[in-house]
Write a protein of this length. Structure first.
Length: 337
């Protein structure tokens, strides 16, 4: 059977255009691939279109809008996930516009499908005391506990995304003063993040204990599982949940569910509360746009309160007389109808 135009362009989009021409990260390619796997599944199961019969003409604005609704209603996807899938579709059809000019009007109708507005979520973060409590949980008397302590310390201290954490190789860690760690972020962009002395000491002991200090091991993953393979996102989430459960037995300081990204949010909030400029926090986190970093400033109500207190004098005297003792006033209020 002759390949369809959709099959041809999708293959080139995922295997040539995105990695070679756009130089997007492997994670973005995987995310886009998953979006189209779901779209093909939808066409097969809901619209009764076999994969080999799906063409660009079949993928109309109406069908794709129905697909997005199916993600929300049937698969119970969040609005943000729905918008991520739509971003993959938009990117593909913008690419196809240049490849198939004859279908420009059809493609532009797809590109015009709007993203869905979602309620602004609160930036979930931990207090410094909660982070300290979590870091006290791993057992320092066993290798796995020491690995977990080092992993959690690096996750918090660097403000790394979970994918950035598991992608760290031994050669990315520089322990000589000034000690830094190189993180590979979105779009394969690298940034160097300074390490605090305590985290540096933990890393130094961890690398020596696991015999990772040999030059030929620079490409080895820094953190591995029991099979000596690179940790997964699910593996990191499991490690965190294990210690959250331990804390929950004795304290309510840590919420019952802590996601890896909360360590990143927590680091950003703590930097902001310590008076670090947003520009530096932006660079530290690897944000492209300062607007992304400003979400922490909007969330930090405590910082706002302190700023207002410092800027304005107390106009209300807290030594005002107690009106409860004014019998005439009480009598007048009682007579109000």
């Amino acid at each position: 059977m002759k390949p369809t135009d959709f099959a041809k362009h999708l293959t080139e989009f995922l295997s040539v255009y995105l990695p070679s021409q756009k130089n997007v990260s492997r994670n973005t390619i995987c995310s886009y691939r998953d979006a189209f796997k779901l779209l093909i599944k939808y066409c097969q199961e809901i619209k009764s279109f076999p994969a080999e019969r799906i063409t660009l003409n079949v993928l109309s604005k109406e069908l794709l809008t129905d697909f997005l609704e199916w993600l929300e209603t049937d698969r119970k996807c969040s609005i943000s996930t729905r918008n991520q899938r739509l971003a993959a579709i938009h990117s593909f059809f913008r690419y196809v516009q240049a490849e198939e000019p004859s279908g420009l009007f059809h493609f532009q109708k797809v590109v015009a499908i709007p993203t869905k507005k979602a309620e602004k979520t609160v930036v979930e973060h931990l207090s410094p005391e909660a982070v300290k409590l979590l870091l006290e949980q791993p057992d320092r008397n066993c290798p796995k506990g020491r690995r977990d302590l080092t992993l959690l310390s690096v996750l918090y201290d660097t403000g790394a995304r979970v994918q950035e954490l598991i992608d760290i190789s031994v050669g990315d860690v520089i322990l000589k003063e000034p000690s830094v760690i190189t993180l590979t972020g979105k779009g394969n962009k690298k940034r160097r993040v300074p390490l605090m002395k305590n985290t540096m000491s933990l890393l130094e002991r961890y690398i020596l204990e696991n015999r990772l200090d040999k030059p030929w091991k620079n490409e080895y993953p820094l953190f591995t599982n029991n099979q000596r393979k690179k940790l997964t996102k699910e593996g990191v989430a499991y490690i965190i949940s294990k210690y959250v459960a331990l804390v929950g037995k004795t304290s309510s300081l840590v919420p019952p569910k802590v996601r890896p990204h909360m360590f990143r949010h927590s680091k950003a909030m703590h930097l902001l509360q310590a008076g670090v400029n947003l520009i530096y926090i932006r660079d530290f986190l690897g944000h492209v746009d300062l607007k992304t970093t400003e979400i922490y400033a909007r969330t930090d109500t405590e910082t706002k309160r302190k700023a207002i207190e410092n800027a304005y004098p107390d106009l209300v005297d807290d030594n005002l007389p107690d009106w409860n003792k004014d019998e005439a006033l009480i009598s007048w209020l009682s007579d109000l109808k």
